[in-house]
Design a protein around this ligand. Sequence first.
Ligand code: CDP
Length: 224
Amino acid sequence: MKISVAIDGPAAAGKSTVAKRVASILGFIYIDTGAMYRAFTYYVLKKGVDPQNEAASCALIPEVFIELLPGGKVLCNDEDVTDVIRETRISSNVSYIASYKAIRLHLVDLQREMAEKGSVVMDGRDIGTYVLPNAEVKIFQIASVETRAVRRYEENIQKGIKCELKEIEEDLRRRDYIDSHREFAPLKAAADSVLIDTSFMSVEEVVNTILSIIKRKTGVGEVK
Ligand code: CDP
């Protein structure tokens, strides 16, 4: 039985951390769709193109080849961009790139192809509403913006990425606004999704909650 789990929600709500764990516990493939929009943004900046220029950014589609490797590495035209796509210059431009319909259609095709290959946990903004509308399990994961800013700040510091807490919070607010107000496939909870507010939950609690929802809806997995 092939199962798709969609995890959507605003920036830095902890989706990728729990999605990765749930996928590894169940032996599913983890697909980080945000990493694909980030890798595209990396390429746009590398080419010296202004990410706010839609036509010039979309013109690069035929020359961008993005791959997500099983161990979590992200490749852009064979270059390992796993770490560089987390930098502030990428975070602050990615929502412009992600608002362009042509780029979304291109990346969504790749995402659907990956989901055809087996059971997946896919995280993003539009997975339950647009990419995989028939996903067996849909989660909408939220947390207060203050909590999300602190989490992303600590994550960045651990990775050696220089940042300011206040700037991170501003970036999250700005990205959430652009992501939820764009015309095509905006960030919003699917009508049949389960809402989880993780503001006061540990990673383990969120993982266990999602595992029990998957078990209840599909019969797959063990619940502690
Ligand atoms: O990890 P974080 O929450 O900061 O963001 P991400 O998941 O890496 O996604 C980066 C950006 O890509 C988001 O702010 C969205 O603008 C865009 N994105 C999207 O539009 N649709 C997706 N399915 C995934 C990401």
